[in-house]
Design a protein around this ligand. Sequence first.
Ligand code: AMP
Length: 279
Amino acid sequence: MRIVETARELSDLSHVVKQGGLKVALVPTMGALHEGHRSLIHLAQQHADFVIVSIFVNRLQFNNEEDFKTYPVTFEADIDICRSSGVGALYMPSSRTMYPESFSTSVEVSGLTARFEGASRPGHFSGVTTVVTKLLVTATPDIAIFGQKDFQQFAVLRKLVKDLDIPVDMVMAPTVREEDGLALSSRNVRLSEESRQRAVSISQGLFHSLSLFQSGIHDTQELIEAARQTCIGKIEIDYIAIVDAQTLENVTEAHFGDVLLFAGTIDGIRLIDNIIFCA
Ligand code: AMP
């Protein structure tokens, strides 16, 4: 596995790999890799011959300084995971490499970023779209893989790629969960044992709502209320909404493919999750 630290090295490497007739996939991450990230790598390997993983804790997308400072960093373990997973190249730029002092550009997607994570975390999506644009331009992958866990992020990035005519196929990987249903997240390590117990009510609420949908209840107020009742008192709820998967507009009747979005906080730790209504 090649470890590269500059944009130039990465773009040269990708160019050579593609000239050799191989298909390249990119898996952008902020490190502290877990089974969710590993599943993205496996999916990337099914779609491409050569997988590039990027690890960069992107300060621009943190609207909260404390969250940035306490974000887990486990570079050595991350390198081992990538190596043992058959990753072709690991891109680990420093902050200075990614954002030199003279850096003054930002990439903005309007509309889809206005609500939910965009409203609760001002500046977050601009940080995400700026860094992902840089990664796509540098790595020039044929395919880029992102998790359903960050559903709004995927919708925003899909729009970015479409609007800017970036020639990459965007693939969404399913959410990997703990046995009890809690979605894996790098931030979970910051939960106390007691908070961890309460956190499981998020996925319980989502799956309760899903089972109501599957039993024929499609009224969104009822479906949202079912999720809310499961979490209430355990989590400080930021939003629960049922939206169209493309536009992220609220729907009044839930249909197959619509998405239930959840965000909340436990002991100051923000957790998000979602489910797609399916049979
Ligand atoms: P992060 O390192 O948290 O920025 O996440 C990097 C990528 O991994 C993003 O595309 C996330 O959506 C994805 N991801 C994070 N958690 C999970 C999970 N539990 N299952 C699947 N993908 C995930």
